[in-house]
Structures are given as structure tokens and as C-alpha cells.
Design a protein around this ligand. Sequence first.
Ligand code: UDX
Length: 437
Amino acid sequence: MKNIAVIGTGYVGLVSGAGISDYGHNVVCTDIDISKIKRLQNGEITIYEPGLEELVNRNVQSNRLSFSSNVNKCIQRADVIFIAVGTPEGDNGSSDLSAVFDVARAIGNNLNGYKIICTKSTVPIGTGAKITEIIKETSNELNEFAYVSNPEFLREGSAVKDFLWPDRVIIGASCARAFDTMKNVYRPLFINETPVIETTIETAELIKYASNAFLSVKISYINEIANICDEIGADVHVVSKAMGIDGRISSKFLHPGPGFGGSCFPKDTKALISMAEEMGVNLKVVKSAVEANQLQKERMVKKLFNLFDGNVKNKTIAILGLAFKAQTDDVRESPAIDIIDALQSNGAIIKAFDPAANDNMKKLYNDLDTYVSWEEAVKDVDGVVIMTEWNEFRGMDLSKLKGLVKSPNILDCRNILKIDDLEKLGFKYDNVGRKKR
Ligand code: UDX
């Protein structure tokens, strides 16, 4: 059992800290945000993430997980320190690493014996070397440490599952002691033979970006294929199913939609492009995926306007789904933002509903009218746009919907509604690459 400190209690830090404590280690999660730590100490889960509350409570009750705002003390007591602070987008698509470097300085100042310093935050290639420099500069040279890059692959909405049952664990380090310690941290995963990739620090850093950029490319690719389907009356779901059966392609991340959003794909693709540019490498494929994604978001706006022959002035439109996808309250880079902006600037009236993200979207648009259910949001509207794939939208009774709206116009940006039912009920509809002609 190891004594572990996790610095940063956002999505990555909180899920990772709780997950590592579930592996049987003694974990303290710490943050400079004292109010956040107080809420966590009082049993409040500060982010929306299915299964997290149960995971946290279970480990707090077993005395394996605790929260502290004393970052320095946490560093001093730990054998392994995870850096899990935010790396927001900085200038020109690069990452803002000020929080990571602040933590590195704090670690250096409090180093009191051999420790493993492990970065979970997504950081540009070469950041491990910079963190190592800072710790060396700020610490007493008698205190040794080893640096590890251990990128996370957590999806919001299924982060707990992704942490406890990962597809793979990446450990980038430069000495046997660091590899051994990290293997010990992830010991339970060896029992179910989870693949563990041991590599250099720089390779580990690149794996994270290469994976996220690849998935972004895959999504933009299927979105563009969906756009061809729109033109020829083909069904993109049949195309992606047939493509996905080919083991070389795989069926995952071949679902067309309104464009990718969230805290990772938009930021990581831009950061990789900017890093590569500095190295003199032109990432044409990733650049095109980013551009195609912006066009996809704009295409959804056009599709919605087309349902009203191009004019939405004074039309009342219900937006179902505000976060960047289902099962999260995160509205960062959400395609719903493009829809709200376009509707507001063209004189439409918006009625919005998201099962988890109403409050977060209201922080961006305090005049946004939000409702507590889809039934309330769609009452007497001229049209509905579905932005995310929550089960309650999938299971929507379309006859009930038709009875509630003023005019049966609907844009299904996630392709979750049955086309035959929409046609039978007389809806004017559109979707992403599945419209019958
Ligand atoms: C992603 C990565 O999956 C995860 O490994 C990484 O560490 C963080 O970024 P996340 O952003 O939470 O996770 O969501 P994810 O489920 O990957 O979806 C990203 C975006 O792509 C969403 O906007 C989603 O709606 C979209 N998407 C995903 C599609 O449009 N089609 C798909 O087939 C899959």
C-alpha cells in the first residue's frame, strides 16, 4: 500500500484519486481551492459523474480516501504524487501550463525524501523534462525523485468505469524504480491482465495526444461521410456499421453527430497542431478534422434554419441537450452553444432543457430559459432540436411530443429517433445523414 497525494480535484484528479484509493492505497486529494475541499470533506461531490459518489463514499468510509487543502503537507507525506491540475487552452492553441508549474514548484519546496512525481494532466511533449527541471531547481539536491508520465483516458460520463477498467495503462518513466512503483499503484489491474505500456516520458506524453487526435479525425471523417449520405439519400448508420465490422477500422467512434466538443478533443487537437508546427511538422489531417468539426457545428445550424425555410425570427425552438454530450454537465465547446448563438442573433425564442447541464449553460447565458423536463421545454414550440443522446430523449414518446408542440418540426443531431415513426406522425424532420429521399 502506498501513500498517495493527488493535486487537483477536477474531473481527472477526483476520479483518479477515488479510483486509486479503490485499488487499496491511502489517498489524499488536495487542491488550492479551499471551498472545493470543504465541500468534498462534507461529503458533497463537486462534479457530475455517474458512479463517482458511490466510489468516493465507499473509500472515505474505509479510511483510504480523504481531502485536504494543505497541499504542502500532502506532498511531504506522500510516496507518489499525482499532478492532476487543469491545463486550459492558452495562446495560439497551446496549453497554459502555469498551474502545472506552480505545483512543480510546490513539490520541489516540500520534497523531503524519495518520491515519484507523476503527471496525469494532459501536457505537451517535453513538459515532463520542464517539471523535472523546476523540481530540481526548487528542492534540496539531497532529495531524490523520479518523474513519470501517466496520461488519463477518462471519458466524462463513464470516467469511473474507464478508470477502474481501462483499456490500457501508459507509464512513461526513465528508471526501474519508477516503473516498479507505478506497477504497484496499478497492481489490481495486472490481475485482469490490463495491457500496461512501459515507455519513455516523451512517448507517453505523445500517446495521449495521438489517441485523442485520432478519435477526433475519426469523428470528423464519419460526419463528412454523413454529409454525403444527406446528398444521396444513403443511411450513414448502415455505412458505419459495415465499416466498423472491418477489424482494421473498428465500430467505435463512428457515430455521426453535431461535431465533437468537451474539454479534451477541441483543446488537444489544437495543442498537437501547435506543438507540431513548432517542430516544423505540418499536421494536415488533424487540421482538417478541426476545420471539418467547425463546419459540422455550422451545418447543424443551417439544418435547423432549413426546417423553417431559413427564417427563425419569432419562432420558439426547444433545445434538448446543452452539454457537449449525454451523461455530463460539461458545456465546454458544446455544439449547443453554436445553436443558441445563431438562434439568439436571428430573433428566435429558446426553451432549453438538459438533464444535468441547465445550470452550467445558464452561467454562459443568464437570460436562457431552462426547463425541468423535455415535456415542459417542448410545450407549444415551433420546433425541437435534439443535441445530445440522453436515454430520456431516445425513449421519447413521439405521439406525446407531437401532442405537446405547436408545429411538428424536429432536427435530430444524434440520430436517436425512429424515422418511420417521425414520418408516420407527419413530422418535418432532419438528422445527420439518414434522411429518406
Ligand atoms: C475524450 C476521450 O475519449 C478520453 O479518452 C480523453 O481522455 C478525454 O476526451 P470525452 O471528451 O469525455 O473523452 O468524451 P467522448 O465520449 O470521447 O466524446 C468526445 C466528443 O466526441 C463528444 O462531443 C461526443 O459527442 C463526440 N463523439 C464521440 C461523436 O460525435 N461520435 C462518436 O462516435 C463518439
